[in-house]
Write a protein that binds this ligand. Sequence first.
Ligand code: G
Ligand code: G
Length: 253
Amino acid sequence: VHLEGQLREALTRDELVLHYQPVVGPDGAVQTAEALVRWPHPERGLLAPDVFLPVAEQGDLLRDLDRWVLRTALREASTWPQVDGRPVAVAVNLAGLVPGVPDFVDSVTHAVEEAGIDWNRVILELVETSLVDLPSRTRQTMGELVDRGVRFAVDDFGTGYSSLARLKDLPAQIIKVDRRFVAGVGNDPSDFAVARAVVDMARAMDRSCVAEGVETATQFHVLRGVGVDAYQGWLFSRPVPAKEFRAVLDLGP
Ligand code: G
Ligand code: G
């Protein structure tokens, strides 16, 4: 209850911060940055989302937190320089402010307009469970955002309950392959098979495919061989504070 009250206060006082982790193309150029929230707690140091997201959920603060992250990430991203003449997209995780929540489209629209960022630079990352079995009305409102240029990404793909066959029903333009499957691609034949199957299926269904948790050059090499579209992981960069992320962009690939 103590932490919950402090989180509520931190949110209204704008005391959370965002770190950014680059997502690079096969050539190593930054295409996207994923915003990852942190809480610089006055007594407990920099808290990771694993610690305070459950607190937010319990205190019914998840939606407010998502809204704060969305507005802040789009505002910060609106000033990023281009890389190789291409704008860098920003990806935001949403857990409470999800399609189907009544003010979902309004909140996204407000954040985009307030930041003055191009719609096609905005990626909304949702876990599989937030994207399955949506009513047609909800899919229609998501379609309105997609028509303007927003992309939806399914996070941690392969860890949820829906099978590969249900990928075609998922309203997401981007598939993020969970790092559990990325870990073994260089030496475990079944991890390799899963990664390749997801990539093949994603391509057949006209989705783009991102590998999460790429830590070694071998993993990168193997995944590039099967045609993964983009890569994220410690091999390229850890999540870094907003200011340092600008330096990553200015350095180029
Ligand atoms: O950054 P880190 O790897 O510690 O993140 C741990 C988990 O917290 C990840 O699963 C990530 O999806 C989630 N997470 C990180 N940042 C955010 C955020 O801004 N909003 C939400 N809803 N989840 C986040
Ligand atoms: O679930 P999501 O993809 O949002 O999780 C992002 C989390 O993954 C962040 O907490 C980030 O710190 C972590 N992460 C990012 N890159 C790597 C990596 O290469 N290896 C591992 N083990 N974790 C990573």
